[in-house]
Design a protein around this ligand. Structure first.
Ligand code: KIV
Length: 298
């Protein structure tokens, strides 16, 4: 099977620790975007609770619910063929107890069509991770800058600066590994700490603002596509300027509608009964639903 044809799993991703083949991860929140990112070769698609900020427009990730993660998970799963699907356990869906965490993780798998779950925290959530993994659900950890702790951190601040703080993040990452996680996201730490954690762990590290030495990288899809306006964290790089293209396209569409040049004949349907020639779409036929799933329901 060709490299980009395979289905990525928690087991195959775990096996890429330390290899040259870095793990390419992105967030996704809907089927259309998922289909494009999957076709582009993303190994992992995450429905992160970042959806609270970039989809719902909140200032933090805190309001997101398990139901919302599941809703977006089902959509992303319908658009995904090869990537491994990770669902985020949102704030207050797992912190209370291992039992609460297991019930929420189970819902993500059963109702969200996810293949693994991610949760924020280290030493304090090790029991939760252990309990979820014991039930057969792969877990991805998340240490360093953990956005669900925004108020404790005093904002979205780089973590692990200075040796004591660095050792605390390292201890969190090791606790996540010992609890049975198959990989861990390392967010918002100095690059040298990202390297130390990667060297110390036996599971892959997936960095976001953690320097170049992690075993993989993840970015929010709207960030790497240049669709988020305003402040961008230092670790965000635009690999396209889709935001500008959307604004330009909207202006062009608005001009065409206002001046009456759209829709023209080529984009209008004919009426067979009137003897008028049928309109032709780009596909050459009068076809109305061009964006249905056209695939098996998942
Ligand atoms: O919520 C999220 O999207 C995340 C990823 C960026 C790792 O946690």
């Amino acid at each position: 099977m060709a490299e980009q044809q395979r289905k990525h799993t928690a087991v195959s991703l775990r096996g890429r620790k330390g290899g040259a083949d870095k793990i390419v991860a992105l967030t996704a929140y809907d089927a259309t975007m998922a289909r494009l990112l999957d076709e582009g070769g993303a190994d992992v698609l995450m429905v992160g609770d970042s959806l609270g900020m970039v989809v719902q427009g909140h200032a933090t990730t805190l309001p997101v619910t398990v139901d919302e993660i599941c809703y977006h998970g089902r959509a992303v799963a319908r658009g995904t063929t090869h990537a491994h699907l990770v669902g985020d356990l949102p704030f207050m869906s797992f912190q209370v107890s291992p039992e609460q965490a297991l019930l929420a993780a189970g819902r993500l798998i059963k109702e969200g069509n996810f293949e693994s779950v991610k949760l924020e925290g280290g030493v304090v959530v090790a029991e939760q991770i252990h309990r979820i993994v014991a039930a057969g659900i792969p877990v991805m950890g998340h240490v360093g800058l953990t956005p669900q702790s925004v108020h404790r951190m005093g904002g979205f601040r780089v973590q692990g600066k200075g040796e004591d703080a660095a050792l605390a993040v390292l201890a969190d990452a090791q606790a996540v590994e010992q609890a049975g996680a198959f990989a861990v996201v390392v967010e918002g730490v100095p690059a040298n700490l990202g390297r130390r954690i990667t060297e110390r762990l036996h599971i892959p590290t997936i960095g976001i603002g953690a320097g170049p030495d992690c075993d993989g990288q993840v970015l929010v899809c709207y960030d790497f596509l240049g669709m988020v306006r305003g402040f961008a964290p230092k670790f965000v790089k635009h690999f396209a300027e889709i935001g500008e293209q959307i604004v330009d396209a909207t202006r062009a569409y608005g001009r065409a509608v206002r001046e009456g040049s759209f829709p023209d004949h080529a984009h209008s349907f004919g009426d067979a009964g009137s003897g008028e020639a049928p309109g032709h779409t780009a596909a050459g036929v009068d076809k109305v639903a061009s964006y249905g799933p056209g695939r098996e329901e998942r």
